[in-house]
Design a protein around this ligand. Structure first.
Ligand code: NAD
Length: 302
């Protein structure tokens, strides 16, 4: 049993925290949302008033907040965790942020004697709930060895992607692919339907053919093909299109920094930008099929 701090109790953070509590760890939590704190309390965590308080006496602290700005505020701000984390503690950030921001966090930790891991995840809300997330970890191997039992409480696959920031490098490449392929799959389902092809038949055929991919088989944007995907619940409670747009913009930023060219990634960012700009940013990113179909988007979450 370890004393763990957890900051960011949203769609991903709360189910991750539940696994830590169920495994018997003593978890102290914080979120700026009082409702989220109440859910954490009900899940068996102790709730603190600030990030610094979460960090005091913790052996490790985990953050799962929306963007790099939030991550730096949570850890390096005046009430941040680095002000109070005991020397030798581990700081694990699981949010998806820019590689450069992750490396800045490693540096801030190192200057205070705190080991940092960037450990973004894949697997979505369903993976967080089931405890089957994939962690892509950047940092020192010895620090990952210490963190592994904690990460394995919340996930099934834990990969060492390399030194500081490389977890985010793996994540940005993954989400570049996921964002582009969801649009491609939406185009294919829409075209198939207009050609008279039943979407379920198309899924069966393509899943054993050369066009097969995760978005088509396991996360279809067409409602009713699978029961437990966001498209079958009006695109709610999934991976928000706003977050996909954020990740594609992280990919564009990484491309600028490395002199890379991302023609499809840039186009995908523009399309999600239109979808989110139309008021659908809170819906799951697979809802982009409604825009491809030219159909009105389902009402966004309040
Ligand atoms: P979310 O918006 O549901 O939750 C984020 C939580 O962080 C909210 O409860 C918010 O109140 C809290 N927060 C924001 N600023 C804070 C601060 N300063 N201090 C404390 N709490 C603060 O987002 P999410 O879907 O849980 O995603 C979190 C991160 O995980 C993002 O970086 C996202 O890109 C990444 N991610 C999400 C998914 C997914 O399917 N939702 C999948 C993989 C990765």
């Amino acid at each position: 049993m370890a004393r763990i701090g957890f900051i960011g109790l949203g769609r991903m953070g709360l189910p991750m925290l539940r696994h830590l509590v169920e495994a018997g760890h003593a978890v102290r939590a914080f979120d700026i949302s009082e409702a989220a704190c109440e859910e954490a309390r009900e899940a068996g965590a102790e709730v603190s008033a600030t990030c610094a308080e979460v960090a005091a006496e913790a052996e490790g602290v985990i953050s799962m907040v929306p963007t790099g700005r939030h991550v730096l505020e949570v850890h390096t701000g005046p009430e941040g965790t680095l002000a109070r984390l005991p020397a030798g503690a581990l700081l694990i950030d699981c949010s998806t942020i820019a590689v450069a921001e992750a490396r800045a966090l490693h540096e801030a930790g190192r200057s205070r004697g705190i080991a940092v891991l960037d450990a973004p995840v894949s697997g979505g809300v369903m993976g967080a709930q089931a405890g089957t997330l994939t962690f892509m970890v950047g940092g020192e191997q010895a620090d990952l060895d210490r963190a592994r039992p904690i990460l394995e409480t919340m996930g099934r696959n834990v990969f060492h992607a390399g030194p500081a920031g490389n977890g985010q490098a793996a994540k940005v490449c993954n989400n570049l692919l996921a964002g582009i392929s969801m649009i491609a799959v939406s185009e294919a389902y829409t075209l198939g339907k207009r050609l008279g092809l039943d979407p379920a038949t198309m899924r069966d055929i393509v899943s054993t053919s050369t066009g097969s991919c995760h978005a088509l088989v396991s996360y279809p944007p067409v409602p009713g093909l699978l029961p437990n995907v966001p498209s079958s619940r009006e695109y709610r409670n999934g991976f928000a299109a706003d977050l996909m747009l954020k990740d594609l913009r992280l990919a564009e930023r990484a491309a600028m920094e490395t002199g890379s060219s991302l023609p499809l990634g840039t186009l995908a960012a523009a399309l999600y930008g239109l979808f989110c700009g139309g008021g659908s940013g809170n819906l799951d990113y697979s809802g982009v099929i409604r825009m491809i179909e030219g159909a009105p988007s389902p009402a966004a979450n309040p």
